[in-house]
Every structure is written in C-alpha cells, then in structure tokens.
Design a protein around this ligand. Structure first.
Ligand SMILES: Cc1cc2nc3c(=O)[nH]c(=O)nc-3n(C[C@H](O)[C@H](O)[C@H](O)COP(=O)(O)OP(=O)(O)OC[C@H]3O[C@@H](n4cnc5c(N)ncnc54)[C@H](O)[C@@H]3O)c2cc1C
Length: 355
C-alpha cells in the first residue's frame, strides 16, 4: 500500500489522545490522524453520559481545574470561575477558612490520597507549579456545561477519523517497530513512515504492551437528582467538607454531585452509604432529611494512580518507548505530576513534540 503523507495512529480517545490529535493537526495540518477508542464514545475518565435513572445527561465524575493548570483550563469551553472553595467542618458544625484549616483536605483532593503517603517528587512539583501561591493559581474553575460538550466534543473535531468501539487486543512488531495493530474489529497496517501515539490508561498499556504494573486509588461520585440547584453554607455552588463522609459538594440545576476521594470501605453498601451521605448533607444545609432523592453512585476504582513513591518511580521519564515508531501519552506517564487533565494535556504536548 502506498502512503503519501504519514498517518498518525492514536490509541485511546481520552483527554491525552484527543489533545495529541489537536496538537498534531495544528503543527501538521496536512497529516492524516486516526484515533481508536475502545468505548462507544470518546472522553475516557472525563466524559458525560445519559443516565436513564436520573433522566438527564450527567458527568461520569465531577471535574474541577485549578487556576494554575493553564493547559487544562484553555480546553474548557465557557469555563466558570468560582474562586476559593468555602469549607465546612462537620464535627464542629461551622464554616471555616481554607488556610490553615484545610490544607490536608485540599491535598487529598489534589492527590486522591493523604499528603503523608504522597511521593515527595509529586508534592514538590505540585507546590512549584502553584508557586507563588497567588490566589489566581489556587482558585477553582469548572465547566458551565457537561464535560462531553464542554471539553470532549470540541477536541473530537481534530482527528480525521475517530473509530469508537475499536478495542486494541495485540500488535505485531519487526525491526524495533510496530507493524500491525490488532483490534477487535480489524487489523490496521502501520506503514514505515507512520507514527503511533499510545494514550491508553496505565492498566491497559501494561496488559497489551507489558508496561509497568501500578496500584490505583478509588474515587466515589454520587449524583443526586434535585428539583433545583441546592445552596450551601458559603453561598457558592460548591463546598469542601471536613470530618464527614461527603468531601466535596457541587450543585447544578437539577443535580447535586458528591465527590469522595481515596474512598474507603464505608462505600461497600451503596444504599446505606448514599443514605448516610444524604443525611449529612441535609444536616449541613440545616434541613430535615425527610426523603432521599433518586441517585446514582459511581465507583471509579482506578480513578488515578496511587501517587506513592513506588508508583512514581515506575512512571516513564520520557515518551519514548522501545518501539521506534511509538510514543507514550496519558496522565500516568508524567512522572512527578498528579493524574489530572493538566497532566494528560502535558503528556500529549511532550509526545507530539518528540515527533
Ligand atoms: C472520579 C474522577 C474525578 C476526577 N477529577 C478530576 C478533577 O477534578 N480534575 C482533574 O484535572 N482531573 C480529574 N480526574 C482525572 C482525569 O479524569 C484524568 O487524569 C484524565 O481524564 C486522564 O486522561 P487520559 O487521556 O490520560 O486517560 P483516560 O481518560 O483513561 O483515556 C484512556 C482511553 O483509552 C481507552 N482505551 C483503553 N484501553 C483501550 C484499548 N485496548 N483499545 C482502545 N482504547 C482503549 C479508554 O477507553 C480511554 O478512553 C478525575 C478522574 C476521576 C476518575
């Protein structure tokens, strides 16, 4: 088969894979870019879906972006600026200020695990990125619309072809290059001049390409269907909470989304956990917990890598792989960064720069 211009084969349509497609399109407008995605829709961990129980489009997981994360922020269509998150101490039943009371809650949200268990390289690099700790760096942004329309749909316009339902199963190699990609639906020939950007999540990369094996941390999201946007102490659409089951509340018209980082055994029994979370939210709002609205609980068992020393040391130092025609992207590939949208975009930038 004769190819005029090289084709860029991108594996995985998460933020990293789609950002790589966008950067390639901007740098090489004439190039042919194909993205292969296992799921029925793009977005990976950062997407929306239609929830039949709730009867509405909901985000798989609430995502917020810190002001310092400029690369991630630049992707959001119509970002909403929310300033500093207000906090509430459930044990003392009062509102509190972020500094110095809530450093550990902020770290738990950033690293999805306690600060003391986080690799020093990740802590120092994050502090450096946030330096000089100006309010603008630490304030929170989120999307006015659902994640898929605010972030994933605009990025999905860059590849020539986005093949969903394409599950990579294995590959063939010769002379240090990948020559064929075997998907569930087809075998794709990789021409000598083509390049591959592998933007799979860590677990699938390990399974298919024998990469490093990581431990992961869970995040639990509970979405309650409400008749209107609820209000909280602090009068912002979100609230950080100390000493309670729910850690972060986000209110939107028709929804209340609850996030619990590094979620523990308390979430073994979904119904009981949801009831306890709802009861505590009602107490915080000073309301009777008369009835629990319809809800959906999503447990993201592999939400992020466990950001400890062992895992951080296993993360690659560069996007280069042992195959001459394949580069790596994905949040997990950025050593010393917490897994985040920012890390995913930076990994795409690094991989495409190497091309
Ligand atoms: C609950 C939760 C809350 C979060 N909150 C925040 C937040 O507030 N702020 C923030 O910045 N980040 C947050 N994150 C992290 C953020 O979502 C991720 O860091 C980011 O989405 C990672 O993007 P990625 O492209 O690197 O990986 P992924 O999104 O995992 O993309 C990998 C893609 O590869 C595909 N794939 C896997 N195997 C195959 C295969 N065999 N063949 C083809 N395709 C395959 C997957 O389906 C997926 O689409 C959160 C994550 C979760 C789970």
């Amino acid at each position: 088969m004769k190819h005029d211009a090289p084709t860029y084969h991108i594996l995985g349509a998460g933020v990293a894979g789609l950002s790589a497609a966008k950067l390639l399109r901007m740098r090489r407008p004439e190039s042919k870019i194909t993205v292969y995605e296992a799921a029925a829709q793009p977005g990976g961990r950062c997407r929306s879906y239609f929830d039949t129980r709730l009867g509405a489009v909901a985000d798989m997981a609430t995502h917020v972006i810190l002001g310092a994360n400029k690369n991630a922020l630049s992707l959001l269509k119509e970002p909403v600026f929310s300033g500093f998150p207000p906090f509430y101490d459930y044990a003392r039943h009062k509102r509190t200020v972020f500094f110095p009371h809530h450093i550990s809650e902020a770290a738990l949200a950033l690293f999805n695990q306690p600060l003391r268990e986080t690799a020093p390289g990740i802590v120092l690099n994050t502090a450096w990125k946030l330096f000089p700790f100006l309010p603008g760096c630490l304030k929170v942004w989120y999307s006015k619309n659902d994640l898929s329309s605010a972030l994933i749909a605009p990025l999905s316009a860059y590849p020539d072809t986005l093949k969903t339902g394409f599950v990579l199963k294995s590959f063939a190699e010769a002379d240090g290059k990948i020559t064929k990609l075997f998907f569930n639906k087809a075998c794709v020939e990789v021409a000598p001049e083509d390049k591959i950007i592998c933007a799979l999540d860590a677990q699938n990369y390990a399974r298919i390409f024998q990469g490093p094996v990581f431990d992961f941390n869970c995040i639990v999201n509970i979405i309650f269907r409400t008749s209107m946007a609820l209000s909280f102490p602090g009068r912002k659409p979100f609230l950080g909470i100390k000493n309670a089951l729910p850690q972060w509340l986000f209110a939107a018209p028709g929804f209340l989304s609850v996030t619990v980082s590094d979620a523990s055994a308390a979430f073994c029994n979904d119904k009981e956990a949801a009831r306890n979370v709802w009861k505590q939210i009602c107490e915080i709002r000073g309301r009777e917990a008369a009835f629990m609205p319809p809800y959906r609980m999503i447990k993201h068992r592999r939400a992020t890598l466990r950001h400890d020393r062992k895992n951080n040391s296993l993360r690659p130092d560069s996007p280069v792989t042992r195959w001459k025609n394949m580069l790596l992207a994905g949040d997990w590939t950025m050593k010393n960064y917490p897994c985040s949208i920012e890390a995913a975009v930076l990994s795409a930038r690094r991989a495409t720069a190497e091309i």
